[in-house]
Design a protein around this ligand. Structure first.
Ligand code: NAP
Length: 297
């Protein structure tokens, strides 16, 4: 193949689509199903052309469009990459040779790393309100975090009918102002200056122990579920393993044409940090494919 793309989120799918349209034989690999973390987003309101669309529906459309121009291999984790004149990649299903490679491997959800978080996963602890929100209609729920994702999750849970509070470690949200306003308009309770110290329960979650970071006071709140939405960390381990340069936070370093420090290896989307929006991921995916096309001429 000419171009292998690791990750079938917005960046990877766009990369595959552009590569195919340039006449390159491109394959987009994903260890899960196509769509990336956008699949977990209840609603997207800032992707041009769509006033409001669910993350999953948007990604289904992107996948369908990309499939016209490239192959998409889902559920196949890339376990190893070797650079030996060409580039060899091995998935859990097969081995491949490629002339160029794009890392569009995105990010994974950051964990709280507190007692109970792991043990109650799937029994009240969740990282995805789109997936698990419907189980907690009319129940008491907390969302942890103060960024766009946390606020969108809290709004989604509120719309589903949950009694939702947001727990944030500061006294100001990081989320975009328009989203903050929606939280205030919907009267979502915000527990400011607080961090979760423990998630407790019996068979399922029954509550969280929180600490006020300003006065160190501790209190327990009874809840049925905890949605953790405290940001992400880049999936750049595989890239690092072959010598791709990353910054101090682990994001892949690229130039303005999405080239990494290694020849014919590119990166695009959230794994490169920056604004981390669907629209920028798509743009970077297109630029990466164009750079690969130029370098393979
Ligand atoms: P984010 O913007 O990095 O926000 C993470 C939030 O979690 C911050 O409020 C942070 O607090 C808090 N936090 C981090 N570590 C914590 C910890 N250990 N304990 C408690 N709180 C912690 O992450 P995100 O909301 O997941 O968004 C990721 C990226 O995707 C962003 O670039 C975002 O703009 C983008 N995104 C955009 C949209 C949209 O535009 N519609 C939707 C979703 C995501 P501090 O504020 O104190 O740092």
């Amino acid at each position: 193949m000419d171009l292998a793309v690791i990750g079938a989120g917005p960046a990877g799918l766009t990369s595959g689509m552009y590569a195919g349209r340039f006449g390159l034989k491109a394959v987009v690999f994903d260890e899960k199903i196509a769509g990336g973390t956008v699949n977990l987003t209840p609603v997207v309101e800032n992707y041009p052309g769509f006033e409001s669309i669910s993350g999953m529906e948007l990604m289904e459309k992107m996948k369908k469009q990309a499939e016209k121009y490239c192959e998409i291999h889902e559920m196949g984790k890339i376990g190893k990459i070797k650079i030996d004149g060409g580039i060899s990649i091995g998935t859990s299903k097969d081995d491949y040779k490629t002339k160029a490679l794009v890392f569009a491997s995105g990010t994974e959800k950051r964990k709280l790393n507190v007692k109970g978080e792991k043990g109650f996963l799937g029994r009240g602890v969740s990282y995805c309100a789109t997936c698990d929100g419907p189980f907690f209609r009319n129940k008491k729920t907390v969302v942890v975090g103060g960024g766009n994702a946390a606020v969108i999750e809290a709004l989604h849970l509120k719309n589903l009918g949950s009694d939702v509070s947001l727990i944030h470690r500061r006294n100001e949200l990081r989320a975009d102002k328009i989203l903050q306003n929606q939280v205030f308009e919907k009267n979502i309770n915000i527990i400011w200056d607080s961090v979760v110290e423990e998630i407790f329960g019996d068979k399922t979650v029954k509550g969280v122990r929180i600490k006020n970071v300003k006065n160190s006071s501790i209190k327990n709140i009874d809840v049925d579920s905890v949605f953790v939405s405290i940001g992400e960390k880049p999936n750049s381990g595989l890239a690092k393993s072959i010598g791709v340069k990353t910054d101090e936070k682990g994001y892949i370093v690229v130039d303005k044409n999405q080239r990494t420090n290694l020849q014919k290896i590119y990166a695009a989307g959230d794994v490169t940090g920056g604004l981390r929006q669907i629209v920028t991921a798509c743009a970077e995916g297109a630029v990466a494919a164009n750079s690969a096309y130029e370098d393979l001429l």
